[in-house]
Design a protein around this ligand. Structure first.
Ligand code: FMN
Length: 387
């Protein structure tokens, strides 16, 4: 089983992840991970913290001459802004944060819980997801995330060109929307306010049959929802049409099934194709060979420069919530985090389906299963399916 845990505080000395069950034989390209870390640090609207940090991954275990061994992989990031022991205890908890419920739950101060709850932790989730992408790219699977909406301003993709996203200060695929989005972020900042938005992640090249219909906790859509919802400040997750599916008649939701065995690109899907993809690539908890489409809604940052009403924890008298250096908008960063969290879940499903301790074993299992499926379809008879 492929899994990971993270450890570390926002202003502690370092953040660490241990990845267990990653196959051997994958070249661990640290620079690829560093590019993803840099993208997470960027995007218009971030606070001053990102200028202090220069996230670069340190690999402490699980490789030999740069290639994974199958042993646990330890990934570490050093915090330049390490000052945990010198930070003061906030007097009044911030709404929208762990501050109040966490301090009561753990019977600590606010500092202890907010430091762990902070989205600084997502840097490791990006590193772990980027590691997963190194495996996925060996199998021809790509994962691509971008911003679709920010501060209520829609930015539908005009193309799916990675260069367009990477040239956008707010990571959209719609240069025409960027100026209005940037102006909205500036206006929010001037007003002491913050903005949220919607990210979309598209996974292409997935084989049919990741996940399973057979048990609730093996459903791929359910696993993706858990993973994405666990990202700080994500408040809703959609697959395919998502909420919009509830508003349409069935005839405008169901994706027709077509068969074109000679289509050059369709070997992976055994000739079956879907002219529409309202299901977002997952039916019955199982990938159907179409692109997997996951949207995530991120709430605006809760720490407001125009401090919200709160209570002094010692006196219980009204006092404005604490304010610490904070982002005005972290939706572009969230698009990178969600993209990498999705990548890890897809890699987990791949390792589960094509069980193997090494990349070559996983490849061999993938090819063998593909041949079995082809045979199964070739031998399919009307009378012998028990219908
Ligand atoms: C990339 C990213 C950056 C964030 N930066 C901040 C920040 O600077 N200040 C802040 O108050 N919250 C920030 N948040 C949001 C909080 O981490 C999050 O709202 C908080 O941990 C409470 O968790 P919840 O919103 O999931 O309930 C950020 C979230 C993400 C994903």
């Amino acid at each position: 089983m492929l899994r990971y845990l993270t450890a570390g505080e926002s202003h502690g000395p370092a953040l660490t992840a241990i990845v267990e069950g990653f196959p051997s034989g994958v070249t661990l390209d640290s620079e690829f991970i560093n590019v993803e870390l840099k993208r997470r640090q960027g995007g218009y609207g971030r606070g001053k913290r990102q200028a202090l940090e220069n996230d670069r991954i340190i690999v402490d275990s699980g490789t030999y001459h740069g290639v994974t061994t199958g042993g646990p992989i330890t990934l570490r990031l050093v915090n330049n802004d390490a000052k945990l022991e010198r930070l003061q205890e906030p007097a009044a908890p911030r709404g929208g944060h762990i501050d109040l419920a966490g301090a009561i739950n753990y019977q600590t101060g606010i500092r202890q819980v907010l430091e762990r709850a902070s989205a600084r932790e997502t840097s490791l989730r990006v590193a772990v997801g980027a590691l997963a992408k190194l495996l996925l790219r060996e199998l021809g699977i790509t994962v691509f995330g971008y911003v679709r909406e920010l501060g209520g301003i829609a930015a539908p993709p005009l193309s799916f060109d990675p260069a367009v996203r990477d040239a956008s200060p707010v990571y959209t695929l719609n240069p025409e929307a960027d100026a209005a989005i940037i102006a909205a972020i500036d206006a929010a900042k001037a007003a002491g306010d913050t903005l949220g938005g919607i990210t979309e992640t598209v996974v292409t090249g997935c084989p049919i049959g990741l996940g399973s219909h057979a048990q609730w906790d093996r459903k791929l859509d359910a696993r993706l929802a858990l993973a994405v919802m666990s990202v700080q400040a994500i408040k809703a997750v959609e697959i395919g049409l998502g909420v919009e599916a509830a508003r349409r008649p069935g005839s405008r939701v169901m994706d027709p099934i077509a068969y074109e065995p000679d289509h050059p690109a369709d070997d992976r899907r055994l000739g079956f194709r879907r002219p529409t993809n309202n299901a977002g690539g997952i039916e019955g908890g199982t990938s159907n060979g179409e692109p997997i489409v996951v949207r995530a809604a991120k709430k605006p940052i809760s720490t407001l420069a125009a401090r919200g009403p709160s209570i002094n924890m010692a006196t219980k008298a009204p006092q404005p919530a604490a304010y610490e250096r904070s982002d005005v908008c972290a939706v572009p960063a969230a698009s990178v985090i969600v993209e990498n969290v999705v990548a890890f879940e897809i890699a987990t499903a791949v390792v589960e389906r094509y069980v193997g301790t090494s990349l070559s074993a996983i490849r061999a299992a993938h090819d063998a299963v593909h041949e079995l499926r082809r045979k199964h379809l070739d031998e399919w008879g009307v009378e012998d399916r028990g219908a």
